[in-house]
Ligand binder design. Structure first.
Ligand code: NAD
Length: 286
């Protein structure tokens, strides 16, 4: 397997590191020179361009900010993609983009699989991400040795685009839970229950979630706010949920109120802040 990663930020860089530690030879491309140098320090080969990487690799992982960048990179590398190549889009992108890239692949002789991930940079570095896969089963099995190194669980949720749809639904719940657990903690405090005691109770009860079990102890209660996932990326995902609902004719009347907090009400929290900072959004101060 000649493996390449395009986009070596928090997530792509972690995947490159984890693959390198486990004996894979990885070629990396990222336009930011400091990131490219960091990949070289980790032992990866660095390509001069995304096209040069595509020429040299037969499995290519994309870990890019958003669908528009995935489309731009795919347009750039199209002439250089080798026949039989499998491309895995681990970005949080859009179902329609994956379906369009998959159709292009059928025309040009490559496979395009969507495999967005959960777990954050720590999980990317440790190979413990969860990946939601959409696309051709044979193409997925071609990448299996690499998937086994970067994930602790993969779930094939359907055909092309299904992985991104499932990831958008997952992040919609994460975004909603962050706002709601923050409100539950304020409610508990007003009634004299400390946040730590309240969380212990919730996590032993039916109100628990990934947010109450992981985010609050790890990044909120200790004031660390250093998860490696930004407000800007979560705001993108909240917008993707609204877009997907609109395009599918689904009414998300509950989530729309929470989406309004992420997109319009919390402008005091900048896009570069940690996404957990949404719990500090409390304009009335009560
Ligand atoms: P990041 O900003 O740290 O990394 C993105 C990288 O893409 C950057 O290094 C950037 O230089 C590179 N890039 C941008 N344009 C490019 C181009 N035209 N060609 C090549 N490279 C380009 O972001 P991240 O946190 O690593 O997230 C990457 C993707 O994974 C996003 O879609 C995000 O939503 C998703 N994601 C992130 C997390 C997390 O916790 N950080 C968790 C799950 C999913």
């Amino acid at each position: 397997m000649r493996l390449g990663i395009i986009g070596c930020g928090n997530m792509g860089g972690g995947m490159a590191s984890q693959l390198g530690k486990n004996g894979f030879e990885v070629t990396c491309f990222d336009p930011i020179p400091e990131i490219s140098s960091r990949m070289a320090t980790l032992g990866a080969t660095t390509a001069a361009s995304a096209g040069a990487l595509a020429k040299a690799c037969d499995v290519i992982i994309l870990s890019l900010p958003k669908a528009a960048v995935v489309e731009a990179v795919m347009a750039e590398i199209l002439p250089d993609i080798q026949a039989g190549t499998v491309i895995l889009d681990a970005s949080t992108s859009e179902p329609a983009t994956s379906q369009a890239m998959c159709a292009k692949g059928a025309e040009h002789g490559f496979a395009f699989v969507d495999g967005p991930v959960s777990g954050g940079p720590e999980a990317a570095n440790a190979g413990t991400m969860t990946m939601l896969l959409g696309g051709d089963a044979d193409a997925i099995e071609t990448m299996r040795p690499a998937l086994d190194i970067i994930t602790s669980k993969t779930v094939k949720v359907g055909d092309s685009g299904a992985g991104h749809a499932a990831k958008i639904a997952n992040n919609m719940l994460c975004a909603a839970n962050l706002v709601l657990v923050g409100e539950a903690i304020r409610l508990g405090q007003a009634a004299g229950v400390s946040p730590a005691d309240l969380l212990e109770g919730i996590n032993a009860g039916s109100g628990r979630s990934g947010v109450s079990e992981v985010n609050f102890p790890k990044w909120v209660l200790n004031d660390a706010f250093d998860s490696g996932f930004t407000m800007g990326l979560m705001r993108k995902d909240v917008g993707l949920a609204l877009d997907l609902a609109k395009n599918s004719g689904v009414d998300l009347c509950g989530f729309e109120q929470i989406a309004n907090i992420w997109l319009n009400a919390s402008t005091d929290i900048s896009d570069s802040d940690d996404f957990n900072a949404i719990v500090k959004h409390n304009p009335k101060g009560v």
